[in-house]
Write a protein that binds this ligand. Structure first.
Ligand SMILES: *[C@@H]1O[C@H](CO)[C@@H](O)[C@H](O)[C@H]1NC(C)=O
Ligand SMILES: *[C@@H]1O[C@H](CO)[C@@H](O)[C@H](O)[C@H]1NC(C)=O
Ligand SMILES: *[C@@H]1O[C@H](CO)[C@@H](O)[C@H](O)[C@H]1NC(C)=O
Ligand SMILES: *[C@@H]1O[C@H](CO)[C@@H](O)[C@H](O)[C@H]1NC(C)=O
Length: 240
């Protein structure tokens, strides 16, 4: 019986690998309309972390707070301009550090998401975690920060595996199913959509941040060219 059950899990995973590479929104939405796939069972040990999301959450309809949230987003964009790829229109499997741009962050929250507050967010590949997490934790001001892994088990990702800095907001967890994989089928840490380290010439650090992203294999993070961008002159480091 156990063998049979395992075969079904393998078949289910194979069947699901055809899922679109870039779900533009939380995949449970497709499930509610009878599309998409799910696997019911939480593995032990827990499933691998494939990437992270960092969300900044704030009170909508309080103009000074919204302004603070938008200013922090601008400062984050400026601080990490050498590392960020163009904004991503969805939330998963982008292959690079990017600001998520999928709704009006000034006036509303994301329809179909778990947030009851305003939020803006960043897709964080594993290698960029030590670059951006400490900076945002120290620079978030009065705003709350939610850091959660993406494993495909969205209930646990947003709940028991999540970390908060600042005041913890309630989330609408009714949209997720416990112990159920609804996302990331066929993905694993280190695939091209979810890199764990930077390849040659990737920007891995600079002379103002002590932490750096991880370079792959035998590459090292070395000082490269000086950038002048109107705000500062600084030397960036690249994997070489
Ligand atoms: C953020 O940056 C954009 C683009 O540079 C600018 O239009 C906007 O006024 C800035 N917002 C805040 C709150 O600083
Ligand atoms: C948010 O609402 C304000 C006030 O109605 C408006 O000026 C602004 O353009 C809206 N922002 C976006 C991104 O639509
Ligand atoms: C945080 O809130 C306090 C009190 O409302 C305010 O004085 C301060 O300017 C806020 N911090 C930032 C970074 O906006
Ligand atoms: C950057 O360096 C140039 C050349 O040395 C200098 O003219 C400029 O003022 C510097 N810019 C900043 C923002 O420090």
């Amino acid at each position: 019986m156990i063998v049979v059950a395992h075969i079904f899990v393998v078949l289910a995973l194979l069947a699901c690998s055809c899922i679109v590479a870039h779900p533009t929104i939380y995949p449970h939405i497709a499930l509610k309309h009878g599309k998409g796939n799910r696997v019911r069972a939480l593995p032990n040990p827990p499933p691998p972390i494939i990437s992270y999301h960092i969300h900044i959450t704030y009170t909508l309809f309080n103009p000074p707070v919204v302004k603070e949230a938008l200013e922090l987003r601008n400062r984050t964009r400026q601080r990490f301009q050498d590392y960020l790829a163009p904004d991503c229109p969805g939330r998963y499997d982008y292959g690079y550090l990017c600001m998520i741009d999928d709704h009006d962050i000034e006036n509303t929250t994301l329809i179909g998401g778990p947030f009851v507050s305003g939020e803006w967010s960043i897709f964080v590949p594993l290698g960029d975690y030590p670059l951006i997490t400490p900076w945002l934790t120290q620079n978030r001001g009065n705003l709350s920060l939610l850091l959660h892994p993406n494993t495909g088990y969205e209930y646990e990702d947003h709940d028991i595996w999540a970390l908060w800095a600042g005041q913890r907001w309630p989330l609408d967890m009714s949209i997720f199913d416990k112990e159920t994989q609804t996302n990331e089928f066929g993905h694993y840490p280190g695939d091209s959509d979810n890199p764990v380290c930077l390849s040659k010439n990737g920007v891995c650090g600079d002379d103002q941040l002590y932490t750096s992203t991880l370079c792959c294999f035998d590459l090292a993070c070395k000082a490269a060219e000086t950038i002048s961008n109107g705000f500062s002159n600084h030397t960036i480091h690249r994997c070489a």
